[in-house]
Design a protein around this ligand. Structure first.
Ligand code: ARG
Length: 472
């Protein structure tokens, strides 16, 4: 495209090299900002009218031209031109086709630098909100599934070794906690996107009497940003979004990993619904957990996206540098990867079949109650380390001799430690063990039921708060 056709073509005598044009174009991805770009431009045009910088009739022309473009974008008719670099210049050039030379008034007192910062802020605000919704939706499903499984018992693991019995509800409520913190990270990040970049110009503001509060109000920001240089050169809202997304993906990946393990024949704890599994093209008997595997796999991209933007930004002097155009693909990719992963995880969990008998069987090894036995001695006044040692010897003995811990009689027990009261071994019972864990955060039935209610109302409140927000 000849340079004079570009919005910045005035000082250029030669056309851009076609390779450079292709290399620098971003419209194939930054079109994701189109609706935010239009919204920002409409707010800017109206402000120009109110500030007396553009004639009211021209403002109307600009706004209706922009609305027409919005319709074209929505219907897929918008003619994207990579020669026009990015979405901002594409929209402006199209506006000129629709309304003629008056289009040239839209960019009054504005640079693509404050424009792209505005678009991105609006995008990130929505992306954070969408992530919060997705996370609370998955939490809601986990709470529902947990409430069906208060009395389903499985081993809790450390080092992937059976450790102590827990309720499945307790296990899933652990993920509900994790995902709640993830949602609050997006909420925090969103709260910080509260100032409007428009009016910062290229880097040093404008000589024109722009009304920055007016555009801030129109776009749902609290106030204008405070420093024009910071405004056009910072991408920490993007970094924060990517960090929150990477952390949330790491958490989804851990949950996914459990589904992969649990659905193996070795565990046999759960079965994924057919709708959330895939088969093998070679082995007819196979049902593969591709969905959780892909969630686990896509976590790598999400982490990469965070590292990518951090690396892009780390050496940049103030203010805007073109390197920053590289912020977008990681952000868009992490947003859609997280949204999709949340959705498929919610579906997988909602439709998951649980084999409660298999879980209980795995939890029924009396050795899982060894800590309880040590605590019986503690209650008799024995120091814990000494109790641990004695029970360790009992475990060693039972393992070597192949005897059930609970079959030891009182004399045998006293042989290991004189403080064992009568009936110690018989006290060891899976359900009694669970029931005795009544501390806050523990796995007793009533404690878990209370935790379920608390989680349920927390998720409900989060939904209500999201629904009550003015739509964007
Ligand atoms: N496409 C550019 C970006 O995303 C928009 C800002 C361009 N500004 C400039 N001075 N060339 O960063």
């Amino acid at each position: 495209m000849p340079a004079e056709k570009k919005p910045w073509g005035g000082r250029f005598a030669e056309a851009t090299d076609p390779t450079v044009e292709r290399f620098s174009a971003s419209v194939h991805f930054d079109r994701a900002l189109a609706r935010y770009d239009i919204r920002g431009s409409i707010a800017h045009a109206r402000m120009l009218g109110r500030s007396g910088l553009v004639d009211p009739a021209d403002v109307d022309t600009l706004v209706s031209g922009l609305q027409k473009i919005e319709t074209e974008l929505a219907s897929g008719e918008f003619p994207f031109d990579p020669g026009l670099e990015d979405i901002h210049m594409n929209v402006e050039a199209r506006l000129r086709e629709h309304v003629g030379p008056v289009a040239g008034r839209l960019h009054t007192g504005r640079s693509r630098n404050d424009q792209v910062a505005t678009d991105l802020a609006l995008y990130l605000r929505d992306a954070c909100r969408a992530a919060e919704r997705g996370l609370h939706d998955l939490r809601r499903i986990l709470v529902e599934r947990a409430s069906e499984h208060v009395d389903t018992v499985l081993p809790g693991y450390t080092h992937l070794q059976r450790a102590q019995p827990v309720r499945l509800a307790h296990h899933w409520l652990a993920h509900v906690e994790v995902l709640g913190r993830d949602a609050s990270r997006f909420h925090d990040a969103r709260r910080r996107i509260s100032r409007s970049p428009l009016g910062a110009g290229a880097l040093a503001g404008s000589t024109l009497p722009l009304d920055r509060q007016d555009t801030a109000d129109a776009l749902g920001f609290e106030e204008p940003t405070r420093n024009s240089m910071d405004t056009v050169s910072s991408r920490d809202a993007g970094m924060e979004f990517l960090a929150a997304a990477a952390i949330a993906m790491v958490h989804l990946s851990r949950l996914a990993e459990e589904l992969v393990l649990w659905s193996s024949a070795e565990f046999g704890f759960v079965e994924l619904a057919d709708a959330y599994s895939t088969g093998s093209s070679l082995m007819p008997q196979k049902k593969n957990p591709d969905v959780p595997e892909l969630v686990r796999g896509k976590t790598g991209r999400s982490i990469g996206n965070l590292v990518s933007l951090l690396t892009t930004m780390k050496g940049l002097p103030l203010t805007y540098n073109r390197d920053m155009q590289e912020d977008k693909e990681p952000i868009f990719d992490s947003a859609s990867t997280l949204a999709d992963s949340l959705e498929v995880m919610a579906g997988s969990l909602a439709t998951l079949r649980v084999d409660a008998a298999r879980m209980r069987e795995a939890a029924s090894d009396p050795m899982l109650l060894a800590t309880d036995l040590a605590e019986i001695l503690v209650r008799e006044g024995v120091p814990f380390r000494e109790a641990h040692e004695a029970v360790g010897e009992i475990v060693g003995h039972c393992t070597r001799e192949g005897v059930d811990l609970r079959a030891l009689d009182h004399d045998e027990m006293k042989g290991f430690h004189p403080a064992f009261p009568a009936g110690s071994a018989e006290l060891l019972d899976l359900d009694a063990s669970l029931e005795s864990r009544t501390l806050p955060g523990g796995t007793a039935r009533a404690t878990v039921r209370a935790a379920l209610e608390q989680a349920r109302s927390e998720v409900d409140d989060a939904w209500k708060a999201l629904d009550a927000e003015p739509g964007s």
